[in-house]
Design a protein around this ligand. Structure first.
Ligand code: E4P
Length: 217
């Protein structure tokens, strides 16, 4: 499973790149607002830090303006993946951009039928928002299972990008279901490394090693 980080904070991205485990980045207008920087500048900087896809979202609601915005975004760098909302105009834009060889991430997916439409429109990625579904009393992970089943039934190549990830259990369940990608905030990715028994084990080994009086280097 590929790991994307869901942030527009370039410090966090730079730190995660050093782990060698980061495969891409997703941003959205709210994350750009949080970063407090110029959208195009941030996307350009992120594309220079990460080799993988960097999702940058259009904000227009009509197809023609979405295409004009996408044109600006995809010129920033080869690894820009244009993010469009799951609407009729968003999917028209998806189809046109895919036809032109641009990577597209269809965002704000909340149902299996929406995911089916995005795959038919040739999306590179579909982003089902599991956390927001859970927050509203639905079963976010069930949506991932349903999309996996549908995409496998028909051999769709659209990658399932699990989004709105809130905690490590979402990551675990995504991997068990066979999602292609998950995008999570830096805090959730960092939490994946942690286990109390790992910390306890290291402390115990180091205490005993100290008693040997030896050094490796
Ligand atoms: C995905 O691309 C979105 O940016 C993101 O995962 C939204 O997550 P949220 O529900 O935590 O805002």
């Amino acid at each position: 499973m590929k790991f994307f980080v869901d942030t527009a904070d370039t410090k966090d991205i730079t730190e995660l790149v050093t782990t060698g485990l980061l495969d891409g980045v997703t941003t959205n207008p709210s994350l750009i607002h949080k970063a407090g920087r110029n959208f195009l500048d941030v996307v350009r900087e992120i594309c220079g830090i990460v080799d993988g896809p960097v999702s940058a979202e259009v904000v227009a609601l009509d197809h023609l303006t979405m295409m004009r915005e996408a044109d600006v975004l995809r010129k920033i760098a080869d690894n820009v993946c244009v993010k469009v909302p799951l609407t009729v105009d968003g999917l028209k834009t998806c189809k046109a951009l895919t036809h032109e060889g641009t990577q597209v991430n269809v965002t704000l997916c909340f149902s299996p039928n929406q995911a089916l439409l995005a795959a038919k429109a040739g999306a590179t990625f579909i982003s089902p928002f599991v956390g927001r579904l859970d927050d509203n009393g639905f079963d976010g992970m069930q949506l991932i299972s349903d999309i996996r089943l549908i995409y496998d039934n028909y051999g769709f190549e659209t990658e399932i990008l699990v989004a709105s990830v809130r905690h490590p259990v979402h990551v675990l369940e995504s991997a068990k279901i066979g999602a292609d990608v998950m995008t999570a905030p830096p805090s959730v990715i960092k939490a994946l490394f942690n286990h109390v028994l790992t910390d306890k084990g290291i402390a115990g080994f180091l205490a005993d090693w100290e008693k040997t009086g030896q050094k490796i280097v």
